[in-house]
Design a protein around this ligand. Sequence first.
Ligand code: CU
Length: 125
Amino acid sequence: MKKLSTLLLSLLFALSLSQALAAEPQVIEVKLDSYYIKPEKITVKRDQPVTLNLTNEASLLPHNLVIKAPEAGIDIAVDVSAGKAASVSFTPTKTGSYEMFCSKEPPFVKSHKERGMHGVLEVVD
Ligand SMILES: [Cu+2]
């Protein structure tokens, strides 16, 4: 009986350990400013939750972060006012390189993306 309970306990321990490893949160600080996204390239692991903490460091301009990859479980568009912060969470389900950018397009001038507000979210195994 004692052997069985020891076995069960170690099994439970191994199970919770593997679950903890599988759900390792990936929290990444992302800065938005006129006109860049930092870091330009973000690498995350597939099937593990990701939280992006966005900060708009600009003093006047609103920015946003857009990643449209619904095939990979990523479909975000988050506005961040000047000087403010926002967070967004998702779990990428497919490896690959996905474009991230600011979609602000003021009339008569270049879009924020054209001015440099773009980067890559890389999802790896
Ligand atoms: Cu912008």
